[in-house]
Design a protein around this ligand. Sequence first.
Ligand SMILES: [Zn+2]
Length: 207
Amino acid sequence: MDVDWVAVAVAGVTGTIAIVIAYASYRASARSADASETSAVASKDSAKEAAKLTQIESQRRQDEREDRHELLAPALPREIETTLEQGSISGHKSLFANVVVTSPRNYRAHVVGWTGTSMVPVSGLDLQVLGQRMYKLHIEHWAADQEAPHVKELRFKFWPPMGVDESNPWSCACGRPTSEDTERLGHWEIRLPVERPRRPRIRILSP
Ligand SMILES: [Zn+2]
């Protein structure tokens, strides 16, 4: 049998070329797949980065609102000093406290007394509280044999002022309640312990 060695050699070379072409084509498609995968990862990363920046920015704004909320809070004394006063006609004693809201702005406000078991009304604080003004609160009536206040703490609620006729309007954008409904939560809620009444000072007169 004659063998055409030239034809065999050509067939062999052709086969090799076909394999080389197939391999090159496989490499190219693999590179293309790699590239699109890299691009998908990159866009996912940049979306994550954008979401992170948005979150940081929204946190920063929230922090700013909270700082402003703190700044606008009404300033009250740390504890409520009380005095006993006797009615000149009735002779009955009552427990009072002088409270000054030292903030330079006005609020809506409400106060009640807490005895440990129940809320009791406290009078003397206007709904419209003016900053830097003293309010004389009537905390409770005082029995002849009473030694300590029944009211253990005063619970204040404050809100930013509402209405159009305010002389000094301002607001707080932190999202807490702005209602003037005194039954609802305050924008600021402050609880202060009620001290025993101060004993009257004895003046020692020099001879
Ligand atoms: Zn606020």
